[in-house]
Design a protein around this ligand. Structure first.
Ligand SMILES: [Ca+2]
Length: 512
């Protein structure tokens, strides 16, 4: 489905219509139109200024020219998984299916995402940094009326053009208030799962509003969401017509808050005394079992040898209750990011460097992949592997890593942008990383990641030239960025809200 013939389905009376702040459809649409106009202007300006080095394109049809049959692609994302919380990074949490994929595939040593859910998913599906289209700040909140800009070309659209069948199973979190933002209207042939960022895993609801869909229609079902995702993904494989290659995007909501799991999975971790850690571990095992079911289905259909499986978390594990989501979390935060500093929502390594692997029997050499990889690289890499064509999309920030990946060579990437928004920015060039908190009181930190991957030693005072060089880069990016949609929407929601009034009867209790 191309952008020009994208059909707009009718909105069912579901989450968008029932969410506070989105009931006035006329005002909402008018507001969005104004922002989209602003945004498209900014995007055009950015498109004209993106350096050629960032817009690395793969040759269309490259895979087919190399005699490759377009493979099936199963792209799996975990939600808020700690770097150290998988067996292949030494955890006592049992992930035998992931461990096997890691052992027989490529393990990325420096795989980077954005620090939170929405921006990472947007970066993956566009191949472009979220600062290009206004998703660089926070995540789309439940009352949020905005989404991933409709003039961005998404990976499933490109895959469809190359003959793929495309399916999303799991969490979307790229816009829910208008059906135009929903997965079926963004290139996915089918969608099963949740649209917003955080649901109750058993009730499938956010703030009491149901968020569970098949395609464009609300769905009533019982069961633990991540178990349902694994089962559904296996079914997608079982029912797939092998006449076309399959692009399956499987986005679990595990182990994101609220920390909940089925009893039989909790029983596997009776030895863990901390309730949060026990449920968190159980959620990761549900995810791992789901992946096992998908792999078994691929093997049963004879599809495994021609299937690339990619797995990574969308951001680091939560280390601050500020970023635990809407759920009330009592007790300690259970995620473990290993040697990396801090976690989700921060620009430190713990928020952005995640557990990741790629596995394709006979095509990807088993072993570790050295060097930095950013989730934006997945767009051009998958496009090259699929033999799909670039051209409709805007200039990419991602690089095609397939030549290095297939040969077990280090990643060619030498620099990356962690994020830039009005409050803060962080970039990395070779081993040097600058973290700049630009809001008052400001703070600058410079790290040498080759000697200090834990970001314990701030070298900003020692190497002022390097600080200035990286600051200049962040400042240039800030000049190019689109306005953050969260901030615009938050202001709109605040000023549209009715007055908060005191109860006059309370005056009688105050006395004279
Ligand atoms: Ca997340």
């Amino acid at each position: 489905m191309s952008l020009s013939d994208r059909r707009h389905a009718d909105a069912p009376a579901a989450l968008g219509a029932a969410t506070p702040g989105t009931t006035d459809a006329h005002k909402t649409r008018k507001g969005l139109t104004r922002r989209e106009t602003l945004l498209s202007g900014a995007a055009i300006a950015i498109a004209a200024t993106v350096p050629a080095s960032l817009a690395t394109l793969s040759a269309p049809g490259q895979a087919l020219a190399n005699g490759m049959t377009p493979p099936n692609i199963v792209y799996i994302i975990a939600d808020d998984l700690g770097w150290a919380d998988v067996g292949f990074h030494g955890s006592d949490i049992q992930t035998p299916n992931l461990d096997k994929l890691a052992e027989t595939g490529a393990r990325f040593e420096e795989f980077y995402t954005q620090p939170m859910c929405t921006p990472t998913r947007a970066a993956f599906l566009t191949g472009r940094y979220p600062l290009r289209y206004g998703l660089q700040t926070g995540v789309i909140p439940s009352p949020g009326s905005y989404g991933l800009a409709l003039d961005e070309v998404l990976l499933p659209e490109v895959m469809k053009d190359a003959g793929y069948k495309t399916a999303l199973v799991g969490k979307w979190h790229l816009g829910h208030a208008k059906v135009d933002y929903w997965p079926k209207q963004r290139g996915f042939d089918s969608f099963y799962g949740a649209l917003v960022g955080e649901i109750d895993h058993f009730k499938h609801s956010s703030h009491g509003v149901k968020d569970w869909y098949r395609d464009n229609a609300p769905l009533e079902e019982t069961g633990f969401d991540n178990s349902l995702f694994g089962d559904e993904a296996a079914r997608v494989v079982e029912r797939h017509d092998p006449a076309s290659p399959l692009f399956l995007y499987l986005a679990f909501t595990a182990p994101h808050t609220p920390f909940q799991a089925p009893e039989d999975y909790l029983d596997r971790y009776k030895h863990i005394a901390d309730e949060n850690r026990r449920a968190y571990a159980a959620m990761i095992s549900v995810l791992d079992d789901g992946i096992g079911k998908v792999v078994a289905a691929l093997e049963k259909r004879g599809m495994r040898d021609n299937t690339l499986i990619v797995f990574h978390s969308d951001n680091g594990g939560v280390r601050s209750s500020l970023f635990a989501g809407d759920s009330k979390v009592g007790g300690g935060l259970p995620a473990d990011n290993g040697p990396y500093r801090d976690g989700k929502g921060t620009l430190y390594e713990g928020g952005t460097r995640v557990a990741a692997l790629a596995n394709w029997p006979g095509r990807i050499k088993p072993g570790k992949v050295a060097g930095m990889v950013h989730v934006v690289d997945m767009f051009p890499t998958l496009v090259a592997i699929a033999g799909a064509a670039l051209g409709k999309n805007k200039p990419l920030d991602g690089m095609n890593l397939w030549p290095a990946l297939s040969e077990g060579q280090p990643s060619p990437r030498k620099e990356l942008v962690y994020n830039v928004d009005p409050l803060a920015g962080a970039v990395r060039k070779d081993n040097w990383k600058l973290v700049w908190k630009a809001s008052l009181p400001p703070k600058l930190e410079l790290f040498d990641l080759s000697a200090d991957p834990s970001e314990a030693i701030d070298l900003a005072a020692k190497d002022t030239d390097k600080v200035r060089e990286l600051q200049d880069w962040i400042t240039r990016l800030a000049g190019e960025m689109a306005p953050p949609l969260l901030i615009l929407d938050a202001v709109r929601l605040t000023f549209q809200a009715p007055p908060v009034t005191a109860d006059p009867s309370a005056l009688f209790n105050l006395g004279d």
